[in-house]
Design a protein around this ligand. Structure first.
Ligand code: KIV
Length: 275
């Protein structure tokens, strides 16, 4: 039985209260089996739109839909009891207007039971964040390298490397905090900038390729478990090679089927055994 089975799920205000007291440990989760395994150890699970690339082998995150992410989010919520579950707002589901964002976010909350949404964007999306928060939808902002902006950014590149770019991103982070975001993901940023943003803002920063000074850390689960191929991003660390364990188990299974050692009569129903 989970050690947290009687405990309540981590709430958004609790995540906020961790700033300055303890680091927030977060990972992505897209499906029930993974969510079950991650739940006890983590403060937050993100049903990220990265599932487009990780789970669906798509080249980018742009084509995942509200319905698809909401279905993943519902599975993750059903499979967990402890971690705060946040879902990404898919590309095209919130940028048009605050009202469009509210309709998309409300649909995902109603369908899945997540505790909040994440959206990519700085100053231009601050009004949207305020609109959602004032209507009861907690928002985790995401600035710096924003995969949904890959076409305007010219790919997946670290951000904030010049003084001018760093100043713009600092303004983005300030605008989101002022608009009521409960936290902010800092992705692919120059380290000193991530450190400065963390020191200045009252809300927790959650880094990915940012700085050890951030108030928390998030990574794609498959990257830390050896499930995303040979190459992992420079900002990740492989904490286990689960891929190797799976390959060996599947090879064992295939050999057992082929050599007739599996299944045995123990795996069958209504077997006539000699008396
Ligand atoms: O979609 C995602 O997985 C993300 C993070 C890893 C921050 O946005």
């Amino acid at each position: 039985m989970s050690v947290h089975s009687q405990a309540q799920r981590v709430t958004v205000p609790q995540l906020m209260s961790f700033k300055g007291t303890r680091k927030i440990a977060a990972l992505t989760a897209y499906t029930a089996p993974f969510a079950r395994l991650l739940d006890d150890s983590l403060d937050m699970l993100l049903v990220g739109d990265s599932t487009a690339m990780v789970g669906y082998a798509l080249p980018d995150t742009l084509s995942i839909t509200v319905d698809t992410l909401a279905a993943h989010a519902a599975a993750v919520v059903r499979a967990t009891q402890h971690a705060c579950v946040i879902v990404d707002m898919p590309f095209g589901s919130y940028q048009q207007s605050p009202a469009q964002a509210f309709a998309s976010a409300a649909a995902m909350l109603a369908a899945s039971g997540v505790s909040g949404v994440k959206l990519e964007g700085g100053q231009p999306l601050a009004e949207t964040t305020r609109f959602l928060v004032e209507r009861g939808i907690p928002v985790l902002a995401h600035v710096g390298l924003m995969p949904q902006y890959m076409n305007t950014m010219g790919g997946f590149k670290a951000q904030g490397m010049t003084d001018a770019a760093a100043a713009r991103i600092l303004e983005d982070a300030r605008a989101q905090a002022q608009a009521g975001a409960f936290g902010i993901v800092l992705e692919g940023l120059s380290e000193p900038l991530a450190r400065d943003i963390t020191a200045e803002l009252d809300i927790p920063t959650i880094g990915i390729g940012a700085s050890p000074a951030c108030d928390g850390q998030i990574l794609v689960t498959e990257d830390i478990l050896g499930l995303s191929g040979d190459k992992i991003p420079r900002f990740a660390r492989r904490f286990a090679d689960v891929g190797q364990v799976i390959r060996a188990a599947v090879q064992d299974y295939a050999e057992s089927v082929r050599d007739g050692s599996f299944p045995t009569l123990d795996h069958c129903f209504g077997v006539r055994r000699p008396k």
